[in-house]
Ligand binder design. Structure first.
Ligand SMILES: O=C(O)c1ccccc1NCC(=O)[C@H](O)[C@H](O)COP(=O)(O)O
Length: 241
């Protein structure tokens, strides 16, 4: 059985590594330098980094130069997310040398552009399906953006390579992942799925790893690592079993 990939998260707001609750602006807990956090995950054995520019996602500015600096400093694969919505922001994101970008709002608001960049860049493009219930959310998870399964069907037809699926109700809460949502999305698409939001324990990661045969490829882990619920070394060992 393929191993579950782990993507420790570094979410950047106003130059700092932060965690949010339910992705809501104003709920930040700060964890210092994003570069130091990213290097710590790399030293701990991460093969991937999930790096989010929250200001770009919320439209409160951006941390693009810092995010580029962090990406360039990494020897591991980087998934870049947050505010990548047009040719200019996509070009800047890809120029960092990241392995792939994660598009959210654009997939809801400018579907023609997303279809075009999927055709141009293939698996360098993932789409983030950030949901409350089955309603997608864009603009930093603040605005409704349509039905999850209708959008998934459209993106599948356009050749989208993979999806990053977040249950916003779980994100940053340490309440455990929404396994039912992950199962449902895997049943609706043959593309790989990266799980995001709510991981609280090694058992949560083992439960997500059970979904690898259904199509779950990886899991993002944020708050649990910063809250020291377990170490990244322990997490990597748990999913290697
Ligand atoms: O990814 C985004 O674009 C984004 C936009 C607005 C708010 C939050 C956003 N991302 C948050 C993440 O990707 C988290 O790092 C991830 O879901 C980890 O969640 P958790 O393990 O529950 O801390």
């Amino acid at each position: 059985m393929a191993k579950l990939e782990l993507l420790p998260a570094v979410d950047v707001r106003d130059g700092q590594a932060v965690r949010l609750v339910h992705g809501e602006s104003g709920t930040e807990t700060s964890y210092g330098s994003p570069l130091e956090a990213a290097l710590a995950w790399q030293r701990a054995g991460a093969e991937w980094l999930h790096l989010v520019d929250l200001d770009a996602a919320f439209g409160t500015g951006d941390n693009r130069d810092l995010v580029a600096e962090v990406t360039r400093a990494m020897d591991i694969k980087v998934e870049l997310s947050g505010g990548i919505r047009d040719d200019a922001s996509l070009a800047k994101a890809l120029a960092t040398g990241c392995t792939r970008v994660n598009l959210g709002t654009a997939a809801l608001e400018t579907p023609e552009w997303v279809a075009k960049v999927i055709a141009e860049h293939g698996d360098k493009i993932a789409v983030g399906l950030d949901v409350r219930g089955t309603t997608l959310k864009g603009r930093g998870w603040t605005r409704d953006g349509g039905d999850l399964y209708e959008t998934l069907e459209r993106l599948d037809k356009e050749g989208c390579a993979r999806y990053v699926v977040t249950d916003i109700a779980k994100d940053g809460t340490l309440q455990g992942p929404n396994l039912e949502l992950l199962r449902n999305v895997c049943a609706a698409t043959d593309r790989p799925v990266v799980a995001s939001g709510g991981v609280s324990s090694l058992d949560d990661l083992r439960a997500i790893a059970q979904l690898v045969p259904l199509g779950v490829e990886g899991s993002i882990v944020g708050k649990a690592l910063y809250a020291k619920a377990f170490t990244l070394e322990e997490a990597l060992e748990a999913v290697a079993e």
